[in-house]
Design a protein around this ligand. Structure first.
Ligand SMILES: Cc1cc2nc3c(=O)[nH]c(=O)nc-3n(C[C@H](O)[C@H](O)[C@H](O)COP(=O)(O)OP(=O)(O)OC[C@H]3O[C@@H](n4cnc5c(N)ncnc54)[C@H](O)[C@@H]3O)c2cc1C
Length: 425
């Protein structure tokens, strides 16, 4: 027997995209059900991104979900770029008037889950065999199995927030016009560790070294997060703790007065690097958001922020559809998201290209060094990096927060200013 229920919006996936969407909808009075195939503990412990752009922080603050983030998150006013053994600072606050916040993705996920469950709103963990039917109608259904029983959710909109390996993107591709994929693989990956070692500096160091890229970052006053560029087919078993620490010692700018603490490694993994965009992001009543639709290499720290940006657009469109009956707004979803998606794709590709070792081609290396020297010596070049890194305002406008008029600092502010015509659309 199938248990049937109704909800305006079925959300597949309890990652940043699905959870932020559920909260945005709740804030405008629209109910939803979130379905997640993993258990709560798993999604709350999954270590991934950690840099929140300024507009993402503002959005979480507007939703009343930033209390712990503001207490425990680390506000960074810039980053350092290291090459040829020296560090060079890019000061975001000076250049564009905004900073970024370092706060683990798993901490955001914990906060969003706790707030939703405390409000009595549903997240169904450990669902299996999720199916989506009736996409081309106004009455789609989402089927799933939970605790051995089959369920069917009847809804108006299905939000596929199920990450890169989810089921939703393929359902869009089954439509009459299929989907178009743009992608690029990189010949390297990131070996990432979380170590119990107090950070020795307040900001991230992106280091471009002849042996490969390294990133010094942190998650809290006691935990460092470190990355090393490794070949794409590298095996984590081949990296002992000693090998990791000594390679970091070589690649980080320790000759420039910088030193770092070592400590027990709690978490380690290898993340492949990819640029990927699949369009359209919507077919009929199904819209996809976040990693389900696009992937960026992590060098620009954009993945989680893009997921949040997509659902900010989607929530507004769902509001138009469900509250005002403006179904045609769904047609705008892909294009409204893609302008930001491609800006972030370019920035992530550019940062990756500038900082990593690709091959032994000395010509390419000299071009990289020339670009690094430019970015660290020219104010316009540094400003370009800074405004992309802190994040352009959410919504259709691509103007950076720093160049916006008035108080258009928050998601609500930026979007309402855009709709009032006070900033360029
Ligand atoms: C291994 C890894 C490491 C990363 N590291 C970094 C990093 O260091 N820095 C950085 O900036 N970015 C990083 N990223 C990118 C960033 O974490 C993602 O961009 C972000 O998680 C996107 O959020 P999302 O909600 O779109 O997708 P996800 O976080 O992937 O969430 C999707 C959710 O959907 C669930 N799901 C999938 N299929 C189904 C189904 N059929 N039914 C129900 N639920 C389903 C999944 O279990 C998951 O909880 C990393 C990503 C990965 C995958």
């Amino acid at each position: 027997m199938t248990i049937t229920s109704d909800t305006p919006v079925a959300i597949i996936g309890a990652g940043p995209a699905g959870l932020v969407l559920a909260h945005l909808l709740k804030a405008i009075g629209i109910d939803s059900v979130v379905l997640e195939r993993r258990d709560r503990g798993y999604v709350e412990q999954r270590v991934r991104a950690g840099v929140l752009e300024h507009p993402s922080v503002e959005l979480l603050r507007d939703l009343g979900l930033a209390d712990r983030l503001e207490r425990e998150g680390l506000s960074h006013r810039g980053i350092e770029l290291a090459f040829e053994g020296r560090r060079h600072r890019i000061d975001f606050l000076d250049l564009v008037g905004h900073s970024i916040t370092v706060y683990g993705q798993q901490e955001i996920v914990k906060d969003l889950i706790a707030a939703r469950l405390a409000a009595g709103d549903p997240i169904v963990f450990e669902v299996d065999d999720v199916t989506i039917d009736g996409i081309d109608s106004d009455f789609p259904t989402v089927g799933y199995t939970h605790d051995g029983e089959r369920h069917e959710l009847r809804c108006r909109i299905v939000a596929g927030c199920d990450g890169f390996h989810g089921i939703s993107r393929d359902r869009i591709g089954e439509g009459p016009s299929g989907n178009t994929v743009f992608d690029r693989d990189y010949p390297f990956a990131w070996l990432g560790i979380l170590a119990e070692a107090a950070p020795t500096i307040d900001e991230l160091i992106y280091s471009s070294h002849e042996r490969g890229f390294a990133l010094y970052s942190m998650r809290s006053p006691t935990i460092t997060r470190l990355y090393l560029q490794v070949p794409a087919d590298e095996r984590i078993e081949d990296w002992s703790d000693d090998r990791i620490w000594s390679e970091l010692e070589i690649r980080l700018p320790t000759g420039d007065g910088f030193s770092f603490n070592t400590g027990p490694i709690h978490e380690r993994g290898i993340t492949t690097m990819r640029s990927f965009v699949s369009i359209p992001m919507r077919r009929g009543s199904l819209a996809i958001a976040g990693d389900a639709a696009h992937i960026v290499p992590p060098t620009g720290a954009k993945g989680m922020n893009l997921a949040i940006a997509d659902v900010a657009v989607l929530a507004e469109i769902i509001d138009d559809v469900i509250t005002d009956g403006k179904d045609e707004r769904l047609d705008d979803y892909t294009d409204e998201c893609l302008r930001r998606v491609w800006r972030c794709q370019h920035f992530s590709w550019w940062m990756t290209s500038m900082l990593h070792r690709f091959d032994d081609d000395p010509f390419r290396r000299q071009l990289q060094l020339s670009e690094l020297r430019l970015v660290t010596s020219s104010t316009p070049a540094a400003t370009n990096l800074a405004e992309n890194y802190v994040g352009v305002a959410l919504g259709p406008s691509l103007r950076s927060p720093a160049t916006q008029a008035g108080d258009g600092r928050s998601l609500a502010g930026a979007r309402s200013l855009a709709s009032e015509g006070k900033v360029d659309r």
